[in-house]
Write a protein that binds this ligand. Structure first.
Ligand SMILES: Cc1cc2nc3c(=O)[nH]c(=O)nc-3n(C[C@H](O)[C@H](O)[C@H](O)COP(=O)(O)OP(=O)(O)OC[C@H]3O[C@@H](n4cnc5c(N)ncnc54)[C@H](O)[C@@H]3O)c2cc1C
Length: 380
């Protein structure tokens, strides 16, 4: 067993996922980075293998597992070393998907869950805007009641999976009197007035597609309201711990891969009559990096376990998100350093992994925002 929280089922999920990414992702990742897109076929393949249903209740065709399964899955995806691929999958399964699973009514679940499980419809979550990211309550997109539905106007920014995806779960302000008066809507791609303004050009996560979206008088029916009108802010907040965790999970998986490849490289690379790894400065720094990654991994699984045991894990998970994502970046920095000039070359995996890691302390709750969550819960 890899850790105390593992079960045979979780262990099998880990092994299956690591095996899948080694065969179906890592060998093709460079081409996907170049294309700026993860091919739909690989997502279909994952759907066929049941990889999108870990958190979907059994009555809707999934495995009905808890947060520990998402920790396991995200860490295993991280072993791909292509974080753009990892996030494509995790936005679908663990960042957008849970909104539908947790708030969808019977008709919405019947319509969208089978497509989600099969990878026939890829999901995105549209909360951030050009003028509001960390401050979710500051969003300006509005939805106004119009007949049997709602008319949505606004812009969304940095939305993962929204260029090539099929369904965006859009947050819009429905109560102008109350800053928390937000509602979530199911907006399929192709809806009149709903368009991609830009496919954004990113520092890392190059094979993940990221959109700036325009909602220009988009009309959606009442049936497309997800959850309770005006309660979307609170419903969204409930999914934040999981979203934060999978970002750490994929980071831990990637950091471990980076450590392994750097240890191997420095054990091969000859210098000063021996190998780089024989130099105390390098072997000790890498040993410390391993200790830190082990600690982040253990803290993440513990915070997931707290959730599955019915405990409030906001303080624990926020701390892991803040600290863990910084650790992942420190590890990537050292791994580039110890690859020397090769670590600076586009052809080396570590160069890409270093770029990919930079978003982790920003997206899904910036480090400073996470530390406020911890601080607020630290008064006696
Ligand atoms: C590649 C990528 C993919 C993304 N995918 C999605 C997606 O699928 N869906 C979606 O809705 N959003 C997505 N985002 C948006 C992401 O969640 C936001 O970028 C993030 O929440 C930060 O918001 P912001 O960019 O508006 O920065 P701001 O809110 O303007 O903050 C800028 C910086 O100020 C600091 N800061 C902010 N608040 C505080 C505070 N309270 N105290 C101290 N310092 C603070 C932080 O260092 C922060 O990085 C994505 C972003 C990127 C770059």
């Amino acid at each position: 067993m890899r850790n105390a929280y593992m079960t045979d089922e979780l262990e099998a999920i880990y092994e299956q996922t690591v095996d899948f990414v080694a065969k179906e992702v890592t060998p093709h990742g460079d081409a996907w980075e170049e294309a700026g897109k993860v091919p739909r076929e690989v997502l279909h393949q994952m759907g066929e293998l049941g990889m999108f249903g870990l958190r979907v209740p059994e009555e809707h065709g999934g495995l009905g597992l808890g947060m520990l399964a998402s920790a396991t899955f995200s860490e295993a995806l991280g072993a791909s070393t292509f974080a753009g691929f990892d996030v494509t999958v995790l936005v679908h399964t663990d960042m957008a998907g849970p909104h539908l699973i947790n708030s969808g009514n019977d008709e919405q679940l019947a319509e969208w869950v089978p497509k989600m499980l099969a990878g026939e419809a890829i999901f995105s979550i549209g909360v951030s805007e050009p003028d509001a990211g960390s401050d979710v309550a500051g969003i300006r997109t509005t939805a106004v009641k119009d007949g049997d539905g709602w008319r949505i106007n606004g812009r969304k920014m940095y939305i993962t999976n929204a260029v090539y995806g099929d369904l965006t779960i859009v947050a819009a302000r429905t109560n102008l009197e109350n800053k928390y008066g937000i509602t979530m809507f199911l907006v399929p791609a192709g809806t009149e007035g709903f368009s991609v303004a830009n496919k954004l050009d990113k520092h890392g996560w190059r094979c993940s597609d990221t959109a700036e979206l325009i909602l220009d008088d988009v009309w959606v029916s009442d049936d497309q309201v997800l959850g309770t009108v005006h309660r979307g802010f609170y419903e969204t907040m409930k999914n934040f711990q999981n979203e934060r965790m999978v970002l750490v999970g994929m980071g831990v998986g990637a950091a471990q891969a980076a450590i392994d490849m750097t240890n191997a490289y420095t054990q091969e690379r000859k210098a000063f009559g021996g190998h780089l790894f024989d130099l105390g400065a390098i072997r000790q720094r890498m040993a410390m990096n391993q200790a830190k990654v082990d600690a982040v991994r253990a803290s993440m699984y513990h915070a997931a376990w707290m959730h599955d045991a019915g405990q409030d894990n906001v303080k624990a998970m926020s701390g892991v998100k803040a600290w863990g994502c910084e650790v992942v970046n420190q590890v990537m920095y050292d791994c580039v350093q110890f690859h020397g000039g090769m670590g600076y070359m586009r052809e080396s995996a570590i160069e890409r992994m270093y770029r990919d890691a930079r978003i982790l302390p920003i997206g899904g709750g910036a480090t400073e925002v996470m530390l406020e969550e911890v601080a607020k819960r630290s008064y006696g």
